[in-house]
Design a protein around this ligand. Sequence first.
Ligand code: ATP
Ligand code: MG
Length: 420
Amino acid sequence: MITKPKGTMDVYGIDAKKREYVNEILRSVCNKYNYNYIETPIFEASELYHRGVGEDTDIVNKETYTFKDRGDRSLTLRPEGTAGVVRWFIENKLYGNITEPTKVFYNGKMYRYERPQAGRYREFTQFGVEFIGSDDILADIDVISVAYNTYNLLGLKNVTIVLNTLGDQDSRDKYRDALIKYFNPLINSLCEDCQKRLKSNPLRILDCKIDSDQDLLKKAPKIIDYLNKESLTRYNNIKEYLELMDINYQEDFSLVRGLDYYDHTIFEIIADVPGLGNIALGGGGRYNGLIEKLGGPNIPAVGFAMGYDRTILAMDNSNVNLKLRDDIDVYIMYVSKTEKETAAYLLQDLRLNGFITETDYLNKSLKAQFKSIERLNPKYLIILNDQDLKENKVTLKDNLTKEEQKIEINNLIDYLDTNI
Ligand code: ATP
Ligand code: MG
């Protein structure tokens, strides 16, 4: 038997419906903010992620699916969505004539070679928004509030925005020096990766999954003490606006993100989920340096991404009541050849008029069709018989009240329209 690859999943039945539901909410939230939907390729030139996400990140270092195609090009399955969107923005020279910022949202499969566990897969789905072309803090707030409003609409109660800043380059350089000074004498207590990170990118140590519980990490210098005046003002403004907009947040000066491209605002959305504790559903931040790093001009941007899988896991464990619709409007029953022909005609007619319509595809007896109806629970049954059809009528049964009536085929759609 061929089984699915490790860390992947098949989504069907109720799980597929949940995804559709989350998707609908995300789309409708994005609509309100005037974000446009974008699709970019699932694979890109490997270089995009090496330069974009960063050589020293776990994502690029350990987690990429990279392969050579038959033309000897090195390609990588996308581990995240931002780099692809930025590549699209630069390639199409959308920076040429900026009169409005570019606001897009995406939704698609991402790939990371991780150790599979609850809420962590090798193929997973992310939704994200990117707001390109504004350095205004209103753009940061816009993105944070998309995340916040989405989770509220999804019915997740215990959700907090965890906020930090990485400051500008100048602040970050000072902070970096302070971290090197602090960690240098402690180098032997760090994990092997962090020992390397100390030289290449000391900020990454703070995001280490192995060392994260260590006291020495908790006591490390905090970015807030190294922010220059501009960066601090900006950070304080963000908090002020979040308060203005009634968005719950918590500061966490040890928050760093898993990707290298952030500066200033960074945030994660954490949910307190029964049975799982605090889990990160999504995260984002400002990435003013990324577009230039990938060969475009110096254009500011901010974005956010969330994982479907953990969001649905959180909704399940929090017993969120989903308003899923899986009910059928009409079931058409038939036996004879002429009845079957009428069934085909009515199926087409009803579906074109917007009714969810089912019938028998297995040549079942009427008795067996009634069994199907018990399972499917349609609102109405259309019971065809040759006698009625001669008078251009059908028997229509209300499946709730069990009342039956004969109705002219010509009046059927009107009747269902007013009664469903
Ligand atoms: P973590 O530290 O939990 O690995 P991350 O910093 O790698 O998260 P991001 O790259 O910011 O996460 O991705 C945003 C969101 O995408 C995460 O909060 C999570 O919901 C989801 N996500 C990331 N990696 C996976 C994965 N392997 N499987 C399922 N969902 C994931
Ligand atoms: Mg990760």
